[in-house]
Design a protein around this ligand. Structure first.
Ligand SMILES: NC(=O)c1ccc[n+]([C@@H]2O[C@H](COP(=O)([O-])OP(=O)(O)OC[C@H]3O[C@@H](n4cnc5c(N)ncnc54)[C@H](OP(=O)(O)O)[C@@H]3O)[C@@H](O)[C@H]2O)c1
Ligand SMILES: *[C@@H]1O[C@H](CO)[C@@H](O)[C@H](O)[C@H]1NC(C)=O
Length: 335
């Protein structure tokens, strides 16, 4: 009897907590993409890096429903094909008002792209330029979070190498195609954790010391500095570039974080109640990729589909330029 009462009380408490939390999370997320957006992206080609999982996958699903040709740039073809198959199945099965009434949803294309290999980035871009007539939106979304010390194929620290340098080369090699497709957009997925980073030019590959959380933050700060410097370089071209933070989202990003078995249920409860779902977390990416509201807007930082302020460390123009110049040398664009 007493056990049943306690269980009922706990269940009620859990339910109330969940409802309260969902209200809290839900209210911070503007729901943008109802039925009115069907066809908004028809005729447009979008490239999303890391589109097989989490935010990238939710972004791909939404833009596909709006009619875009979505290229999934992924390092593992099998995982990407599996995700693409599921997205196509969801689309056929959903009959949701967001899908195009004429059955004019877009198409999904999987292409191999390993951002931890400059050779792979170059091969991917060659294929893009051969096979794609246009590129309207590039979404730099793929990311690694707090992995143990690892190096990319080219000897870069993994988080800096994938989150910043791989995307730096990718964007530069696709810039011509973006320009010839203008007006076009670049969307960069950063994180609020950029606040704890700084660009230590003396040890960009963390060979002297490695702090995985610092390196993640630094790579996400690099994403913002990159965006601002690129926006400056693209003035007058009708190619815009903006950066965003998605909030805290329940995805596979924490794969390198070890949570003790005993703490796991508590973590799951908290994340289930308080973290955004991938669909909620992807709203700002979808907004910046598709909304007419941000036509012509460039060099800005967004959260929950609204512009936000940056700390001074992310607005330092001389650091942004220096990072750009060094990145060009690191990826071999200039000697
Ligand atoms: N989740 C959050 O709370 C949060 C908060 C702030 C910012 N973000 C940012 O959001 C972005 C998306 O992350 P997510 O949360 O959706 O995590 P996720 O579910 O782990 O997705 C990350 C994606 O990046 C891909 N990726 C990793 N290394 C790659 C490489 N070398 N080459 C190509 N693709 C690679 C992954 O591919 P595999 O599946 O093959 O590993 C996966 O598709 C990241 O940039 C992250 O920094 C997330
Ligand atoms: C690692 O870096 C973070 C900032 O990103 C800092 O708070 C933390 O103290 C650092 N850890 C060590 C062991 O230096």
């Amino acid at each position: 009897m007493a056990v049943a009462t306690v269980a009922a009380l706990l269940a009620a408490l859990g339910g109330a907590l969940w409802l309260a939390a969902r209200r809290f999370v839900g209210s911070s997320v503007r729901r943008l993409h109802g039925g009115g957006d069907a066809g908004l992206m028809r005729g447009k080609t979008v490239l999303i890096t890391g589109a097989n999982s989490g935010l990238g996958r939710a972004t791909a699903a939404a833009l596909l429903r709006m009619g875009a040709r979505v290229i999934m740039g992924c390092r593992d073809r099998a995982r990407a094909e599996a995700a693409a198959g599921e997205l196509r199945r969801d689309l056929r099965g959903d009959g949701d008002p967001g899908s195009d009434p004429d059955g004019g949803a877009g198409e999904l294309v999987v292409k191999e792209l390993d951002l931890a290999s400059l050779r792979s980035v170059r091969a991917f871009c060659r294929e893009m330029l051969q096979e794609e007539a246009r590129l309207d939106v590039l979404i730099n979304n793929a990311g690694v979070f707090q992995c143990p010390y690892m190096k990319t194929e080219d000897g870069f620290e993994m988080q800096f190498g994938v989150n910043h340098l791989g995307h730096f080369l990718l964007t530069n090699l696709l810039l011509g195609l973006l320009k010839s497709s203008a007006p076009s957009r670049i969307v960069v997925v950063s994180s609020k954790l950029y606040k704890y980073g700084d660009i230590n030019f003396e040890d960009l590959n963390s060979e002297q010391s490695y702090n995985k959380s610092f390196c993640y933050s630094r790579s996400k700060l690099a994403n913002i500095l990159f965006t601002r410097e690129l926006a400056r370089r693209l003035e007058g071209t009708k190619v815009t570039v903006n950066v965003l933070h998605p909030g805290i989202v329940r995805t596979n990003l924490g794969r390198h974080i070890h949570i003790p078995l005993l703490v796991k249920p508590l973590f799951n409860l908290v994340s289930w109640a308080f973290f955004k779902t991938p669909v909620e977390g992807a709203q700002t990416s979808i907004y910046l990729a598709s909304s007419p509201e941000v036509e012509g807007v460039s060099g800005k930082y967004f959260g929950d589909c609204k512009e936000e302020e940056l700390l001074p460390i992310a607005m330092d123009e001389s650091v942004a330029r220096k990072l750009w110049d060094i990145s060009e040398v690191m990826v071999g664009i200039v000697q």
